[in-house]
Design a protein around this ligand. Structure first.
Ligand code: FAD
Length: 120
């Protein structure tokens, strides 16, 4: 582990970025307006071009653009967007040989805190 006041490596950048991305999902409107959906679509488009780990960005962009359309961002509201983000993260987890996260728990992890109250 490199000291926290040094430039981030891919892992540290990844952890910080997932925190940002899941928190964006956690604070997304329950039902998003057309404008909000468009803004998030734009954010994800530019994010997937500019994320400063180029192989990560490339793979993420390719995953989102799967020809079947099945991985397109689901932007209607918080629940579906949070779930989609969890699936996007699991895709990377699989690629890296990490354990998959149970997406039924994403809201406790990133929005409400755990039911046992340890985040209160
Ligand atoms: P992370 O994967 O960073 O996860 C942080 C925390 O999020 C976990 O502790 C857990 O509590 C929670 N979590 C885990 N999975 C999920 C999920 N599915 N949904 C919700 N919460 C979850 N690294 C590479 O080496 N190669 C790559 O190609 C690569 N691509 C990336 C693409 C993107 C878009 C991003 C943001 C990161 C990428 N990374 C990549 C970094 C990688 O995903 C990890 O962030 C890094 O390896 C550190 O992993 P970690 O085990 O600390 O936990």
């Amino acid at each position: 582990e490199i000291p926290s006041d040094c430039p981030p490596d891919v892992e540290q950048l990844g952890r910080s970025t997932w925190t940002l991305l899941h928190t964006m999902a956690a604070t997304y409107p329950e039902k998003a307006s057309a404008q909000h959906q468009e803004d998030m679509q734009g954010f994800l488009k530019f994010f997937s071009k500019l994320y400063p780990c180029w192989v990560c960005a490339d793979d993420f962009k390719t995953w989102m653009a799967h020809p079947s359309g099945r991985n397109q961002p689901k932007l209607g509201g918080r629940k579906e967007f949070g779930w989609w983000m969890c699936e996007a993260h699991n895709e990377v987890n699989r690629k890296l040989g990490k354990k998959e996260f149970d997406c039924r728990l994403w809201e406790e992890r990133w929005r409400t805190g755990w039911k046992d109250g340890r985040c209160d």
